[in-house]
Design a protein around this ligand. Structure first.
Ligand code: 5AD
Ligand code: SF4
Length: 434
């Protein structure tokens, strides 16, 4: 049997997809990129914003055509939207065979067998207490690996549905993580990305206490590991010690993704983010003092309920002063069950869209200008493959996470090579091998 899998959302989902692939291959199924050729179609969904959920709902709707043509094909919906909507998915799309939650991935091969033998659709969402520890994952590239170090989230950002779907925070034991990364490195990985909704909160619930900076230091000492990335950091738990560890260890990438979300203290309070404008500025100042070359990227939400023009201007002000290398910007999307969904929202969507475009324009100019500053400098680049836009070029990532395209031979893929930046665009730069 062949399976086809599509992934939406964040790197957590990407990692879960790798796990699903490993599990299914382990029981003899074969992965295919062609949806029409598959016997099992799996969508690994995201529900962080309504627009993403709607797009995926459209996608599930389109699968009906395939099911009509091929009755035996199994349609399986997993991930965060599945965890959130549960049986409703089967109610809305009766031809869906299996709905499985974010805690039920390990059961998927059994669920498929059960579906085939009983002929009844299944919704498996309850947390069945599987060990949340590290899992075998089929990697997209042998030289890169994602490693979840903390799952779930204990924060209560008032706009966010993630804690409801991913559950409470659980840190994976330090020894398990170190052993897992050592195995990955001996299996060819030279870059590891540590994942968690809030990696800075790592270790809080462990019997043997270990903070994120302590863990990072130990991971950094693993021989053969060339590059360590991590995301996401929450400003409220971002310590001075972490900045020191990043500065002092060459194999920790000089890039920090630090979601700002909003620039006004009133809105940050309403969002329940537990830091202020000044607190965020102080973290940035500290990073820039200690690691001048560190890239800083962020997430920003525009149009949170109750946000007024003057609050939005404070966000713009922070963006202009901090000069993020890149910002992922979103228009606020109400999520059922979150506290913010109950707050009165008087600003019309057209106005929010205007603010959003203004923010985007300013941030794009800043990203372009910051990329231009890299011209003429040499950087170590991990070559990831061929450029999706131009197959003649290689594409890689600089240590600071900037994407770079350059001419080079196929055999450089998976290696770290020195590249000089020659030209800049808003979202990437062009270079030549040094
Ligand atoms: N509406 C808009 N953006 C959201 N995000 C999370 N929840 C929402 C929401 N309800 C954004 C945040 C977060 C990123 C992953 O998605 O900026 O950091
Ligand atoms: Fe990732 Fe959150 Fe989307 Fe789930 S809801 S896929 S955790 S971004």
């Amino acid at each position: 049997m062949k399976f086809h899998i599509e992934t939406f959302g964040c790197q957590m989902n990407e990692n879960d997809t790798g796990r699903i692939q490993y599990l299914l291959e382990n029981v003899g199924y074969e992965k295919t990129e062609e949806i029409e050729a598959s016997d099992i179609i799996i969508l690994n969904t995201c529900t962080v914003r309504e627009s993403a959920k709607n797009r995926q709902y459209g996608h599930i709707g389109n699968l009906k055509k395939i099911k009509n043509l091929k009755k035996d094909v199994l349609i399986c919906i997993g991930g965060c939207a599945a965890q959130d909507l549960k049986e409703k998915i089967i109610k809305d799309f009766p031809y869906v065979d299996i709905v499985f939650g974010t805690h039920n991935i390990a059961d998927l091969p059994d669920l498929i067998n059960r579906r085939i033998s009983t002929g009844k659709s299944i919704c498996s969402i309850e947390n069945n207490g599987h060990d949340p520890g590290l899992f075998k994952v089929r990697r997209k590239h042998s030289f890169r690996a994602l490693v979840s170090i903390i799952i779930g989230c204990n924060n209560c950002c008032s706009y966010c549905i993630v804690p409801a779907v991913r559950g409470n925070e659980i840190s994976i034991e330090e020894e398990k993580i170190l052993k897992n990364i050592e195995e990955l490195v001996s299996d060819g990985a030279i870059e590891i990305t540590l994942l968690g909704q809030n990696v800075n909160s790592y270790g809080k619930n462990l019997a043997e206490s270990c903070t994120f900076p302590e863990l990072l230091k130990k991971i950094s000492a693993i021989k053969g590991l060339k590059r360590i990335r991590f995301m996401t950091s929450h400003p409220k738990d971002f310590s001075d010690e972490l900045v020191d560890v990043i500065r002092d260890n060459d194999n920790i990438a000089k890039h920090i993704h630090l979601p700002l979300q909003a620039g006004s203290d009133k809105i940050l309070k309403e969002m329940n983010r537990s830091y202020t404008r000044k607190g965020y500025f102080d973290i940035i100042k500290n990073i820039r003092n200690k690691i001048p070359d560190c890239a800083i990227t962020t997430d920003i939400i525009v149009g949170f309920p109750g946000e007024e023009k003057k609050d939005f201007l404070q966000t713009l002000d922070m963006v202009k002063k901090i000069r993020f290398n890149r910002a992922f910007t979103f228009i606020y999307s109400p999520r059922t069950g979150t506290r913010a969904a109950g707050i009165e929202d008087r600003i019309p969507l057209v106005e929010k869209k205007k603010w959003f475009r203004q923010l985007l324009e300013i941030q794009n100019t800043i990203s372009f200008e910051e990329n231009n500053k890299l011209i003429g400098r040499k950087f170590e680049v991990l070559v990831e493959g061929r450029s999706s836009k131009n197959n003649d070029l290689l594409e890689g990532r600089m240590e600071n996470n900037t994407i770079i395209n350059f001419e080079g031979e196929e055999n450089l893929i998976g290696k770290i090579v020195p590249v000089i930046v020659m030209d800049a665009r808003t979202f990437y730069v062009k270079g030549k091998l040094a």
